[in-house]
Write a protein that binds this ligand. Structure first.
Ligand code: GLV
Length: 313
């Protein structure tokens, strides 16, 4: 397999690079001055792409690689892969589900607690010496608050399980009601938002779910409501979110993802009811290594003509 060209468009994980280099001819365009020419020069040896949440494979890249057989994404979300083109050309696609579920769900709860209990703001209060002038103000209790979840897939269910341990009633929105779920179903996101305190976005990004959090949903969540986004930035109409937070029409937000990463709207920097993370949902050593093993396992399975471990297409 050493002669098989595997393109990794941007750096992702040194462990993943190391494991790929043991088995394949790993091509790293960021290490050369002329990236486009480099890809052109190797276009007939590249049979696989390793993408991630920010660099996938669009129709243009796929068209430039005539020998491409598989895209193995170092992410669970595959919104950066042109699935339609892959289907037309018979290119296989894999992702990294399950192994990151716990970390992403943990982070959703962490963000919720951070926003409601003002963990980041009160920590800054201590570091800046303000405590010496007086105690920190009262915050909002999490235990018992209703948690609304958009998307009751693997991650949504894991968020629900954790929130239940905080005695939170759970409600959800998804395309269809889940007959095996005990949680309250709302057929629209607006109804869900109007009936919960914490609204968590945990669905995949598709054309249908782009801007699923719009002005109407934000207003329904209201000045006591909190939005938690551990999905994708474009799930949220960010301009609407920023104006709602600045105007006090929304109670708070915990965000791990943004519309134009790594750009984060600067109006949010001054708001104490907002917690901002740099897209780190699956960002632990344990999980990233497990994801890397899945990426490599899928590529090995493909080139050894065995069943893929986690196929998407
Ligand atoms: O955002 C991260 C992922 O999709 O795994």
């Amino acid at each position: 397999m050493e002669s098989i060209g595997v393109l990794m468009p941007i750096p992702m994980s040194s462990y993943l690079e190391q494991e790929l280099e043991k088995r394949f001819n790993l091509l790293k365009p960021w290490t050369v001055p002329h990236k486009t020419q480099f890809i052109k020069d190797h276009s007939t040896s590249i049979r696989a792409i390793v993408g991630n949440a920010s660099a996938g494979a669009d129709a243009e890249l796929i068209a430039a690689l005539p020998k491409l057989e598989i895209i193995s994404s170092f992410s669970v979300g595959i919104d950066k892969v042109d699935l339609k083109t892959c289907k037309e050309k018979g290119i296989r696609v894999t992702n990294t589900p399950d192994v990151l579920t716990d970390d992403v769900a943990d982070l959703a709860i962490g963000l919720t607690l951070a926003v409601l209990r003002r963990l980041c703001e009160s920590e800054r209060y201590v570091r800046s010496g303000q405590w010496k002038k007086g105690g920190y103000k009262l915050t909002t209790k999490f235990t018992g608050k209703t948690v609304g979840i958009i998307g009751l897939g693997r991650i949504g269910k894991a968020v629900a399980k954790r929130a239940e341990a905080f005695s939170c009633p759970i409600a959800y929105f998804s395309r269809t009601e889940k007959p095996d779920s005990k949680f309250k179903y709302y057929p629209t996101v607006v109804e869900l938002a109007a009936n919960c305190h914490v609204l968590v976005v945990a669905c995949p990004l598709t054309e249908e779910t782009r801007h699923i959090i719009n002005r109407q949903v934000i207003n329904a969540l209201g000045p006591r409501g909190v939005l938690i986004n551990i999905g994708r930035g474009p799930h949220v109409d960010e301009a609407e979110l920023v104006s709602a937070l600045v105007e006090g029409r929304l109670g708070g937000a915990g965000l791990d993802v943004y519309e134009k990463e790594p750009h984060v709207p600067e109006q949010l920097f001054a708001l104490e009811n907002v917690v901002l993370l740099p897209h780190v949902g699956s960002g632990t050593v344990e999980t990233r290594n497990a994801m890397a093993d899945l990426v490599v396992g899928n590529l090995e399975a493909h080139f050894l003509k065995k069943p893929l471990l986690t196929p998407v297409a």
